[in-house]
Design a protein around this ligand. Structure first.
Ligand code: ATP
Ligand code: MG
Length: 224
């Protein structure tokens, strides 16, 4: 009997203000270990739950484009920017399902810091009907996801969904949560913006192409 394997597609949402090696390395490791067909970077339009980004949409998109160039599995997905207004992941995932076909298994990549707040997202319970979640640890926050610290309604929704082997993700079309062991890189966009504002180097924290773009456009310097 032939075993059917449906393609896995990673969805990496973020403000990417700016994109950095913390995002890129995690995306690369997950795409490789889970044999993903592609990894889509989806910059958010106006995030509903956080301060407005420091750089404009156009700049954030351009930095992602520059940073992922040359990686054939990485794709810039501009749907939230095109849609305009406030970004809802649930809408993007519904659209992606329609566009890529029902057979595709969507995996939403999310940092442990962001996952802790999932219950604040628009129609958050519906997300489990559309994708799996792959949680990555962030140094400086918790070293891994602390399940006991999840808000109770999120903990309850998640309880039957945790899987400990990445192979499980291929056997269900949605609704599972996997904590991916990835290289911990203590890099954040907040710290990068602060370094630029202070006139400090950001070399080796983000790809040169994105760093050149920031310099050429005087982003985050407080003057741009
Ligand atoms: P900011 O400091 O502005 O919040 P950020 O570095 O957290 O920026 P975001 O665009 O907010 O970047 O992050 C998008 C997603 O990537 C989130 O799910 C976040 O948790 C995750 N992420 C960001 N940096 C890292 C990192 N160094 N390691 C693992 N995951 C990360
Ligand atoms: Mg963040």
């Amino acid at each position: 009997m032939r075993k059917l394997e449906f393609p896995l597609v990673g969805i990496f949402g973020g403000t990417f203000d700016p994109i950095h090696y913390g995002h890129l390395r995690v995306a690369e490791e997950i795409a490789e270990t889970i044999s993903m067909r592609e990894m889509r970077f989806v910059p958010t339009g106006i995030p509903r739950l956080r301060q407005s980004p420091a750089a404009s949409l156009q700049h954030r998109v351009a930095m992602v484009r520059a940073a992922i160039r040359g990686n054939s599995r990485f794709i810039l997905d501009e749907r939230e920017i095109r849609r305009g207004g406030v970004s809802y992941s649930v809408e993007s995932l519904r659209e992606l399902k329609r566009e890529l076909g029902a057979d595709v298994i969507l995996c939403f990549i999310i940092g442990a810091d962001a996952f802790m707040k999932l219950a604040e997202w628009h129609s958050w319970r519906d997300l489990f009907g559309l994708c799996h979640f792959i949680i990555v640890a962030r140094p400086g926050h918790a070293s891994t996801i602390d399940r006991d610290a999840l808000p109770w309604e999120l903990a309850e929704e998640c309880a039957p969904r945790w899987v400990s082997a990445e192979d499980s993700l291929k056997r269900a079309s949605n609704g599972l949560i996997f904590v991916a062991p990835t290289t911990l890189l203590d890099i954040s966009a907040t710290a990068i913006r602060a370094r630029i504002a202070a006139g400090s180097s950001i070399r080796y924290l983000i790809p040169d192409a994105a760093r050149d773009y920031i310099a050429a456009n005087h982003l985050y310097s407080g003057e741009g």
